[in-house]
Every structure is written in C-alpha cells, then in structure tokens.
Design a protein around this ligand. Structure first.
Ligand code: GLC
Length: 552
C-alpha cells in the first residue's frame, strides 16, 4: 500500500461516501483458539481490511454479556466481554485501525439490557412498586390472578413479549416486557437515569477514539404510555404502540449534540426496519442521525423494475432531508444474498433462511448475481455496507445440524425457525479444511461448524485470482475510490431496454446491469472500467454489471 492510499481519517464528511465492513466479531478471526472470534483475531486481520479497501469497520457488540443473544444482551456497556478480550486490547485495536486509515464504529443497544445487568437484578430484588423497577417495564398481569400477560405484544424471537417473575417471597409476581428474548428486558426511556447512562456510554467510547455507533433497534425505545394491545390491523404512521413512535426522535437530537461536540464529529447509523423510506428519512433530519441501513433495498428482489423503483424511492427520500443514501445486501440477521439470489426471484421479498430454505437453489446463478449486485451497490450515490465474508462470495450455511443452533430464535420458536446462524458461520481464511485458518491455535473448534466444502472460498485461495469474488471487491473498491463520480452525489437514469438498469454519474461514469433474459450491447463511446463477469464481443451477458467511463 502506498501512502496515497491511506484515507484521511480527519475528513469530517467521510461517512457520506464510506464503505463500511461489518465485523461480526465472533465469526471474523479467533486469536486465542477458543473457537470464538475476538479482538486479537481482528487486530491480526486489520491489514486485510485495509488492503480490501474499505473505509471503516462496524463491530457488533463486544461488551460484557451472558451472550443469550450473541452479545445483544449487554450486562456492562463500558467493558469488554472476556470472550472477546480486554479494554486495553480494544484501545490498541482502535489505534491500529486508525493508523491504517480505518474508522471504527461500535454497536450500541439502547432498547434493552441483559437480565444480568445489575439494574435488572436490583429491580427483581426490590419488588413491585419500587423505584428500581421503573427503569424497566414491570406490570401486573391480567386475569383473576394476574396469570395473563399485560397485553398482546409479541417477542421478535417468538412467543409473548412478557415474562412473569417470581417475587422475593416465592410467589408469582409482575410481568416484565422484552421485545426480544426474556434475557433482554426493555428499558424504560422515560427514566432520566436510563437516558443519562446511555449518554455516558456514548462519551465513554467517543473519548476512546471510536468514530461512531450503529444503533440497535433504533425505532424501538419509546412505548405507548398505556401499553395498549397491538391491533390486528391498521396503524397510521407513528401509531404502533412500540415501533417507530415519533417521540424517539427527541432522543436522537440529544445524541447528535454529543456526537457533534467531538472533533472530528462522531456519526450514527440507525438499524431501523420501518415501513417506508419516508419514515426512515425522518431519522436522518440534519439534527438527528447521519445514516440508516437501507433494508428496503436489502429485501428488493433481483429484478430490474423493483430495483429501479427502490433506488429511486431511496434517493428521493434521502434527498428530502439532505442525507446520503446507504446500501446494504447482507448482515448478521438475514440469509446471505448469494443464497437469496440463488432462488427464483418472484416479487416476494426474501429475507431469512426460513424464507428460502425450501426453494430450489442455483448457487452459480446466485453468485453471478451477487457479483453484479456489488458493482451496482458501489456505483450508487452515498455509502455502502459489506458484511463479513460477502467479499469471499460466501453462501448461507443452510444445513447446520439442529444441535448447533445458538440463535435464541430456534428455541423461542419451538424449534421451528432455523434463525440466523446460517449467515454467522466463522469465515474461511486459508487451508483445505475447517477451521480454514479461523484460528491458528487451539483444537480447531469453531463456535458454529463450518462446511467441509469451503476450501475454494478462503481468502488465500482467492487472493491473486482475477476471476475471484475477493479480487472483484478489491478492484471495485479501488476503482470507486479513484473515480470522482462515485460515492456521494447525484445519479441519472438512462433509457434502457426492459430488464436493464442503466444510470450515469458525473463526471463521465455509467453503470449498466443486465437482469433481462439475453445479452445486451454495451453503448458505443465508452471504455470498460470493471465488469462483474467476462464480457465478450461488446455484449453484456445476463446477470452481469459493468462500470463504464463515458467519453461522449
Ligand atoms: C438487532 C440485531 C439483532 C438482535 C436484535 C436484538 O436487530 O441486529 O442481531 O438480535 O437487535 O438486540
């Protein structure tokens, strides 16, 4: 790497065009040989990320946690869980990333805590009516003896969103709210101590040099005061009793002030599965959050008409608030996009492994489409996310044995949903068999078993092979960085045959994606910068994308 490749980590608007790599820490690289990825492993692989050419990493929760939901059950947000390392190692990692020109984003979990957090333990011990219980949502049950949950809200992982506690004297007591697992009680954001504590957490990590946060379940924190039932049908915008309520925005205005008080200003990205791009844009008003994951894009089928509509809607909604759009194809909660695109693309959105597992799969097609998809994503205006292993072209692991499942979804659904473990399998680095260099010491164990046929997917096997997905990502990120038209800015749709996406960006750039059923001609007067697969005789094959320099 030459010095001119080093990113300027002090540029305040870096986030408007950044490509951010999601380090699902437990699956990235294992430094101590216990089978779980950790900070030591991440530090050893930071040069790989710098060479890949991303601008930043986002690290999933690494805080002290009993790991009931892979760390999204936080017991102490201002310390590192021993399974991942120490605070000193975290500090070293942040410094090393910065030295390589990589920004560092963490993951903050404000909607709930772990049931092992001292606050919740104190609430259990203190009993009904106590001030300790007010930091959470404790309520008496319904029914003659309080045996029914206070309302009909459902947990995201299956079953009711309420669990009944046993009082200190051994009798059945109140119920507490958990929109996720029972080990993740929802915090009460009307409580000033809750608010103050999260602000302290932001400052704790900002002071250590962290560049920003991904906000977990960003639309969840505000609940309707009366906790009414969710209606079977019908809610106007902002009227759902526990999702995307308007009062949540006031929290983010406060957080933005804290982020802006630092130099360089720190940034936020919202995890917000909300109904429409317009509702999402509300989180991105100039005094709120900087960016948000574009899940509407993630679930859009690989079909030109739908993609074009989602892209247009996204760009328009973001422009209305002056925020850069973002683009994402995969993360730790959805089936990997190679495997989603390997299925017939009807109009129905495919998201989870459960949505695809019964459908016939053609992995060669899925891979081809995924390669085209990354060129499309990286040519669009704004910033983009890469989920660990997607640069290796990894498919979803669809056949994990039942006894391997770790995601609480499996048990909470009565063992009917295969959950999210299939996209979380530790990634392969080198060698012909598991653990494929995931750990270099220890007994070769990995926290989820790796498939036996991943040797061709290792970073080592792909490095230097110009046809590999890894080299495609490296080239795409290099060309993107060197091309003034890419990143933040505008785009213009060009006329194109049915099934083809064509857009231009100034100065002198055009992207073409062929999702029709036959090859199409590449426009005259252009020069090919990069293609997702081979181009023959001036024609772009099906499921292929190309970046062009236009000289017209
Ligand atoms: C978010 C996370 C997911 C987690 C949930 C509860 O959706 O991405 O992994 O299970 O929040 O914290």
């Amino acid at each position: 790497m030459t010095t001119t490749d080093i990113r300027d980590v002090t540029a305040p608007d870096w986030w408007r065009h950044a490509v951010i790599y999601q380090v699902y820490l437990r699956s990235f690289a294992d430094g101590n040989g216990d089978g779980v990825g950790d900070i030591a492993g991440l530090r050893s692989r930071l040069p790989y990320l710098a060479v890949l050419g991303v601008d930043a990493v986002w690290i999933n929760p690494w805080y002290r946690s009993p790991m009931a939901d892979a760390g999204y059950d936080v017991a102490d947000p201002r310390d590192i869980d021993p399974v991942f390392g120490t605070l000193a190692e975290a500090d070293a990692m942040i410094a090393e990333a910065h030295a390589l020109g990589l920004r560092v984003l963490l993951d903050i979990v404000p909607n709930h805590s772990s049931d092992r957090r001292p606050w919740f333990q104190a609430a259990l011990a203190a009993g009904p009516g106590s001030p300790e219980r007010e930091r959470y949502w404790f309520r008496p049950g319904r029914g003659a003896n309080g045996e029914l949950p206070p309302n009909n809200w459902r947990s995201e992982f299956g079953g009711p969103a309420w669990t009944r506690v046993t009082d200190p004297d051994g009798t059945p007591g109140e119920w507490y709210l958990h929109l996720f697992a029972p080990q993740q009680p929802d915090l009460n954001w009307n409580h000033p101590e809750v608010r103050a504590d999260f602000e302290a957490t932001l400052r704790f990590w900002f002071d250590r040099g962290v560049d920003g946060f991904r906000i977990d379940v960003a639309p969840g924190m505000i609940k309707h005061d009366n906790l009414p039932d969710v209606l079977a049908a019908g809610h106007g915008p902002g009227e759902h009793p526990h999702w995307d309520r308007d009062a949540v925005h006031q929290i983010y205005r406060g957080w933005r002030k804290i982020a802006d008080s630092y130099f360089t200003p720190r940034v936020f990205v919202a995890e917000a599965w909300v109904d429409t791009p317009d509702r999402l844009a509300l989180y991105l008003r100039p005094d709120e959050l900087h960016t948000a994951f574009n899940f509407h894009y993630l679930v859009t089928p690989w079909r030109a008409e739908e993609l074009r509509a989602t892209i247009t809607e996204t760009v328009d909604a973001h422009a209305s608030v002056g925020a850069p759009p973002s683009w994402v194809l995969s993360n730790h909660d959805v089936a990997r996009h190679v495997s989603r695109y390997a299925r017939h693309q009807s109009g129905k959105p495919l998201r989870l492994l459960d949505d695809v597992v019964e459908l016939p799969a053609d992995l060669a097609t899925g891979t081809r489409r995924a390669r085209a998809a990354v060129l499309l994503m990286l040519a669009l205006p704004g910033c983009a996310y890469v989920y660990l292993g997607e640069e290796l072209g990894l498919p979803e692991v669809e056949d994990l044995p039942d006894d391997a499942f770790q995601d609480p979804t499996w048990e909470r659904s009565g063992r009917t949903s295969r959950g999210r473990d299939g996209c979380r399998v530790p990634i392969p680095w080198a060698g012909a068999e598991p653990p494929y260099g995931f750990n270099k010491i220890g007994n070769g164990r990995t926290w989820l078993p790796q498939p036996g046929n991943w040797a061709p997917y290792t970073a080592e096997a792909q490095k230097g092979d110009p046809t590999s997905t890894l080299e495609l990502y490296r080239n795409a990120l290099r060309v993107r960085r060197a091309t003034a038209a890419l990143g933040d800015g505008d785009m213009r749709w060009e006329d194109a045959p049915d099934g083809v996406l064509s857009f231009s960006r100034e100065p002198g750039f055009q992207c073409l994606v062929n999702i029709s059923d036959g090859p199409i001609a590449i426009p005259a007067g252009t020069e090919t910068l990069l293609a997702s697969d081979g181009i023959t005789g001036g024609a772009l094959p099906v499921d292929t994308a190309v970046w062009l320099r236009t000289t017209r």
